[in-house]
Design a protein. Structure first.
Length: 452
């Protein structure tokens, strides 16, 4: 069983082949899906005999081995792998629910390089795999260096035999050979020391890897925020289109009035007032956008219908362009405690998702309905579309981080994940989704705040 958030591996690690050995099909599927999602090539075996054969044939870079299996158990499987010349150097990591110290010692004595107990964190599993793959790469390099050194020694020896009569040259070659051997031995010693230090600091490296993964998660969330800002800029362009057209017409009419000698102080004043009204409207759009993305605002009571109405103002133009009808049924007096901008971000995510699926499926009469009401001390918020609903195959995944059915240029799959974090993690509420008769129905339940 694996738990934990996602992480990113390096390009070198994505080329590695891992053999997973477990008689439990569910465990195999979970581990395989986890590793495949991070670029590893996965082979599987369900018992020790087939694992030894597959490892001998495929030569994987690393083996994840369960202990309790039918036939030969994991310990015997490991001993057989270490007895074969072809699989002796492949690192073996035990993964089992047997957590007693005696079991761990037995696994290491059988030849394993690590022992991971179930359940384990996905970040820890990936970090340990990365470390041991790196260790294996260093071991391969050391072996190659050794073979290269031996080849050079043989070559030099042959050269010395050929020039045996030239003692001076032989002495020079011998000195050069000694110098190279000393240097190679020093390099080998340095690498060996580094490898030993790496093994001693394994746990520290695992923690460092976990911290890097958290930083990557934070970066991805920031990228999602930037993507949302891009969506908002698109909404602004829709809202500015009409006032820009009006300005253009007014400028053209000013020229016509001038050519026909119709301009006077009254006309100039009307033209000036009209331009300033349009400019002020466009300026207010910018202020709304800027306020929407203000960060670190304090928690406070706010009216749900007001926050939803402001969000509607941001998307109204893009909805009109797409021919989407927006039905609002917002009860007044619905107060909640929290960050109004973060709540609006959730509503905006739901609006954008509904709009995208309505456009994608080309619904004849696209509609989005929004309703709020007070029920048993909770403020209920429902956003429902008529796009046909969410397929059963993905309904359980839509709140997962990085899950998306859109093209990568349209988002990174963090919108609904962040919405769930805001509603449930920050506002002590709940967010659910279900299919109604016409489409998808998202429901938010939030604790009602007392009236001010």
């Amino acid at each position: 069983m694996i738990s934990g958030g996602p992480q990113v591996t390096s390009s070198a690690e994505r080329q590695s082949v891992i053999l997973v050995v477990d008689d439990d099909a569910n465990n195999l599927a979970v581990v395989r899906d986890c590793l495949v999602s991070f670029g590893y090539t996965i082979l599987v075996a369900e018992d020790g005999e087939s694992a030894v054969k597959r490892a001998d044939y495929a030569q994987p870079d690393l083996i994840l081995l369960d202990v309790m299996m039918p036939g030969i158990d994991g310990y015997e499987t490991c001993r057989r792998l270490k007895a074969l010349k072809s699989t002796h150097a492949i690192p073996v990591l035990f993964m089992t629910a047997l957590a007693e110290t005696g079991n761990k010692v037995k696994g290491l004595e059988a030849g394993a390089v690590d022992y991971i107990t179930k359940p384990f964190q996905r970040e820890e599993l990936l970090a340990r795999i990365a470390v041991h793959l790196h260790n294996r790469e260093l071991t391969k390099r050391l072996q190659e260096a050794k073979e290269l050194l031996e080849a050079r020694v043989e070559e030099r020896t042959a050269e010395l035999a050929q020039v045996n009569s030239e003692l001076h040259e032989k002495a020079l070659l011998l000195e050069e050979e000694i110098a190279e051997r000393v240097l190679a031995e020093q390099e080998l010693h340095v690498k060996q020391t580094q490898l030993e230090a790496l093994n001693r600091t394994l746990e520290t490296r695992v923690q460092e890897e976990l911290q890097r993964n958290r930083e990557k998660d934070a970066m991805m969330i920031q990228q999602s925020r930037l993507a949302a800002m891009g969506e908002m800029i698109s909404n602004i362009s829709h809202q500015w289109r009409q006032p820009l057209n009006e300005l253009g017409i007014m400028v053209q009419m000013l020229r016509v009035d001038y050519d026909e000698a119709l301009l006077d102080d009254t006309k100039i004043d009307e033209f000036s007032r009209g331009c300033m009204e349009i400019i002020q409207y466009m300026s207010q759009t910018i202020n709304t956008f800027r306020n929407f993305f203000k960060r670190e605002q304090p928690s406070a009571r706010f009216e749900v219908s007001t926050a939803i109405s402001k969000t509607v103002d941001l998307v109204q133009a893009s909805f009109q362009d797409a021919g989407i009808k927006l039905n609002l049924k917002l009860d007044s007096g619905c107060l909640i405690q929290g960050n109004a901008n973060e709540f609006s971000q959730v509503i905006l995510n739901l609006f954008n998702n509904a709009r995208d699926v309505l456009v994608e499926r080309e619904v004849a009469t696209p509609e989005i309905a929004v309703a709020t009401w007070l029920e048993n001390g909770q403020i209920m918020v429902v956003v429902e579309d008529n796009a046909g609903g969410i397929p059963d195959a993905i309904s359980g995944k839509i709140f997962d981080p990085y899950f998306t059915t859109k093209h990568k240029s349209q988002g990174v799959g963090l919108g609904l994940y962040m919405s769930k974090i805001i509603i449930e993690g920050k506002m002590a509420g709940n967010i659910d989704v279900a299919n109604s008769s016409g489409g998808a129905r998202f429901q938010l339940a939030l604790p009602a705040a007392p009236a001010i």
